[in-house]
Write a protein that binds this ligand. Structure first.
Ligand SMILES: *Cc1c(COP(=O)(O)O)cnc(C)c1O
Length: 388
């Protein structure tokens, strides 16, 4: 009996030209990309050690410092998505045997925990319900009880639409205990007030595809000297070679030596996105997000809908809205996508089925987007038999 030898199909796959739908992106990210950023991405590549690229790297670093409101020398875009800058922060700062304090009030605190554990850290938690910020009193209590070396918190929790107020209060507590603070600013950088230096944040990371309205691929990270000293004096090397900041220092620091090939096109994109931030002015940009998302919030209220987060911790870049009784949250999301090419998202974790998440980030934080969304949502709700 002869064995059947599978034969490769000789014909090349018949795959058509790329024609993605033209969506309006008002979910938890990515947000709509500015045409200038798309144009920057179609410019020719240069080598990642080309003198012209070295200049571009300097400019990106300077623009990032401006957006983060920091003088930190160690301010770089990490190759990869926001989770890469997140893992660069946690995986370098947390050494085996260190204790890291993480929050439980949203999805991304859970990711902090996983990363700290993989870094060899012991993890302790400070609790707050999903949809609420951390209470400084609880943070203080957790510090007294566990004496953590590193404290991570999420400034803008994309899973719940909660902005952590009192950032300085939290960093004061941590510093009084000699700990380092890592802030997740993925959904705040370039959209919601964040002052890294003034507020005493030691390490902050972000992603380009949220309030910077840039495609994912090169993700902002900043560390102050104190944090970088801890990283450079580690006894055991960081577990990730790719994200080892003591090695990346060679490329982004004075030496400019090869470590890995930078995602050139993504660095171009980030440069243009950050140039747009600088042109608008960072504080005006925060104001615009508040104003436009404020109109969204007022419009949602007119539809009889309720915000999930309390006013004091409302996050303009991510609006969590309660799904009214009797309305099928997924059907509304589907109708917006199918009929209006409009993306919003459902709730996650403890808030699954209870909220919609409506992003208002960067280029998507525009009046015309909000008007479009409110009209589309009114229609989708009416289709469900909901009356405002
Ligand atoms: C999106 C997001 C991340 C992860 O970023 P990716 O680009 O998806 O890897 C981390 N933290 C928060 C708060 C986010 O919203």
């Amino acid at each position: 009996m002869s064995k059947q030898v599978p034969t490769l199909d000789e014909r090349p796959p018949d795959v058509g030209e790329l024609t993605p739908p033209d969506r309006t992106l008002m979910g938890p990210g990515p947000s709509d990309v500015h045409p200038r950023v798309l144009r920057a991405m179609s410019t020719p590549l240069v080598g990642h050690l080309d003198p012209s690229f070295v200049e571009i790297m300097d400019e990106v670093q300077e623009l990032l410092r401006y957006a983060f409101r920091t003088d930190n020398r160690w301010t770089i875009p990490v190759s990869g998505t926001g989770s890469a800058s997140m893992e660069a922060a946690i995986g370098n700062l947390v050494e085996p045997g260190d204790t890291m304090l993480v929050p439980t009030n949203g999805y991304f605190g859970g990711r902090m925990r996983s990363m700290a554990e993989r870094a060899g850290g012991d993890v302790v938690e400070v609790d707050a319900p999903w949809g609420e910020p951390l209470d400084p009193v609880d943070v203080e209590r957790a510090f007294d009880e566990h004496q953590p070396d590193v404290f991570g918190f999420v400034h803008a929790e994309t899973s719940t639409g909660v902005r952590q107020p009192d950032v300085s209060e939290l960093t004061d507590i941590a510093h009084a205990h000699d700990a380092y603070v890592i802030a997740d600013c993925v959904t705040s950088l370039g959209g919601v007030e964040m002052r890294v230096d003034e507020w005493g944040v030691d390490v902050a990371y972000s992603a380009p595809q949220k309030c910077l309205s840039c495609p994912p691929g090169a993700s902002p990270l900043t560390l102050n000297d104190r944090a970088m000293e801890k990283v450079l004096s580690r006894e055991e090397r960081a577990r990730s070679w790719y994200l080892d900041l003591s090695l990346l220092e060679g490329y982004w620091g004075d030496e400019r030596a090869y470590h890995h090939t930078a995602p050139i096109t993504n660095v171009y994109a980030l440069r243009e996105a950050l140039r747009l931030v600088a042109e608008e002015g960072i504080e005006d940009r925060w104001d615009r997000h508040r104003a436009v998302a404020g109109e969204l919030k007022a419009g949602l209220r007119d539809l009889g809908l309720e915000m999930n987060a309390a006013e004091e911790c409302w996050l303009p870049s991510l609006n969590a809205v309660r799904v009214p009784d009797g309305v099928d949250d997924a059907a509304v999301i589907d109708r917006l996508l199918d009929e209006y090419d409009l993306e919003i998202a459902s709730g996650l974790g403890d808030l699954e089925g209870e909220i919609w998440r409506i992003g208002c980030m960067g280029r998507s934080a525009r009046r015309e987007n909000v008007e479009y969304l409110l009209a589309a949502l009114a229609d989708a709700l009416a289709e469900q038999g909901y009356e405002a």
